[in-house]
Write a protein that binds this ligand. Sequence first.
Ligand code: NAD
Length: 427
Amino acid sequence: MADRYLSFTGTAPGRFLTRRLGLPQPAALRRWSVQAPEFEGGVLLLTAGKSELSGLEFPAPSDAPAAILLDATGVRDVEGLAEVHAALHPAVRSVAASGRIIVLGAPLDPADHHQAAVQQALEGFTRSLGKEIGRGRTVNLVRLSDASAAESTLRFLLSPKSAYVSGQVIEVGQAAGEAEVDWELPLAGRTALVTGGARGIGAAVAETLARDGARVVVLDVPGASADAERLAARLGGSALALDITAADAGVRIAQALPDGLDVLVHNAGVTRDRRLVNMPAERWSSVLEVNLASVLRTTDALLDAGALRRGGRIVATASIAGLAGNAGQTNYGASKAGVVGMVRSLAPRALAGHGVTVNAVAPGFIETKMTAAVPLFIREAGRRMNSLAQGGLPADVAETTAWLAHPASGAVNGQVVRVCGQSLLGA
Ligand code: NAD
């Protein structure tokens, strides 16, 4: 399962050979660790157009800044767009390896097609720069209407936690009036339930939410109880042996958590790949049941029962296969696109009615048992076909989930955030 190519290109002979052959040059990504939780190098703040932001403060930049933050919120015409070029052209080379470029944009103005054109242009700009920048550096666009609501998002993107998130456009809405936030243990006193939490991405999510202070409930099928219990014990949480497709799964979760729930992570998922011509109904329905029907059912049951407390967070798991489609995965692609549809429709109503945000993570190629089972050549292609030329780790999806679950992320709602190293699939 290990990415031997990445290890090889990390050696001097490997670098030499692969460069001579014109092969991909993945950079070892800098990820979050207890020892090194933040980047050093500071943040270079640049502006294009008239800045409409205030109050953003970051560590002063060194000669090789860890990040550039370009405020393009005030860009309203093509001349303003030229300032984006003028600001970044001389500076982009200086950004450290594994560094960040974040472009801050504004919501598209339906009453001003010039503003809308150039703000949309920032999307094409960001995605193109992400594809060419290299050295493990990422480029993302944050559209914000209220800078005071963006702190959790900027902290996440400016940290090693967002190592595998690139080429994304994230909308941050109006501040939701959160109380004081503990940035060290943001989920202290909160309860998080992770479905399919016994292994893979779900186990990493459970671990990361526990790191952030949550009391974690690891839900998985009875057959995975031993792993779920071991993990829960290590994290000081509890395990819940339950097949999420059970008709009464929502009720049983609510019964197991009489004090309610703050974070619900729909992570359980399965694949049963086959081209449509060879796919029996059973393979279709088993995937749709686990990946979509049970997500809809448990979400409804928990919201209706008032089991999700105000300020709660739902994070569902989509996939780039649901955005781009994938041969052999009509069932899986349908289920994961369905998750996206649910998130977009439910998010405003869940926030208005229950004070709960609803977002999705859409992983690309993540190194887990699920992808280890993919045939070698397809696996190798999946790993390399992204701007970072490597697979992501379960921790990358987990960190993204933790940002969406953060008490200060109340203005991030209805978003589908790909954790895919800017996969070439799915735009
Ligand atoms: P995995 O197969 O390693 O783990 C999935 C977990 O879900 C397992 O512990 C399994 O027992 C559990 N599960 C399955 N059916 C269940 C059910 N009916 N009730 C309760 N638990 C159930 O998978 P993973 O790679 O960690 O993937 C996690 C999620 O991420 C899935 O939704 C998957 O579709 C999605 N995803 C993964 C990748 C990837 O590259 N690994 C890419 C895109 C999306």
